[in-house]
Write a protein that binds this ligand. Structure first.
Ligand code: DQA
Length: 155
């Protein structure tokens, strides 16, 4: 039985490849999705890979994950810096969470230095480009083994 995990991508990440390649690299989101499936397979993970430009859709996906998935990798993109509601959803579901950013947000504009999500994430990976997703899934595989399936992590 594979362990189902959610890889959730926020706004504008559908434009990867075209979007500011000097910052985000040239990999498309499709390429990152393949990387996630390839990384997940030997780890025994079934990767459900999604992207939305809409805050409410991302929140619905997080809420769904409570019963459908055993852990979450999330690149909240611009909502990292603005969305208390997304943070609250992640805290509510009590699943292991690994936050990923392609770029090193701490080396960029000051408004990117704070992420509302980081306070409810188990782990934060930033600045490793697309490889950050592979690192995140490798670590999430460990976290899902530590977490009991029916019990949330109190936060
Ligand atoms: C990002 C960093 C965010 O600040 C930005 O708004 C993004 C992408 C990253 O992956 O580096 O859209 O999350």
């Amino acid at each position: 039985m594979k362990t189902p995990v959610l890889v959730l991508n926020g706004p504008n990440l559908n434009l990867l490849g075209l979007r500011e390649p000097a910052i985000y690299g040239t990999d498309t989101l499709d390429r990152i999705e393949s990387l996630c499936h390839d990384t997940g397979k030997p780890l025994g993970l079934h990767v459900d890979f999604r992207q939305s430009n809409h805050e409410g859709v991302l929140i619905d996906a997080v809420q769904e994950a409570r019963t459908a998935h055993r852990g979450i990798v999330i690149n909240p993109a611009g909502y990292s810096h603005t969305s208390v509601a997304l943070r609250d959803a992640l805290a509510a579901v009590g699943l292991p969470v690994v936050e990923v950013h392609l770029s090193n947000i701490h080396r960029r504009e000051p408004f990117r230095h704070h992420s509302h999500v980081s306070g409810v994430a188990d782990t934060v990976i930033c600045g490793a480009g697309a490889h950050g997703y592979a690192l995140a899934l490798t670590h999430l595989a460990q976290l899902t083994q530590q977490a009991k399936p029916t019990q949330g992590n109190p936060r």
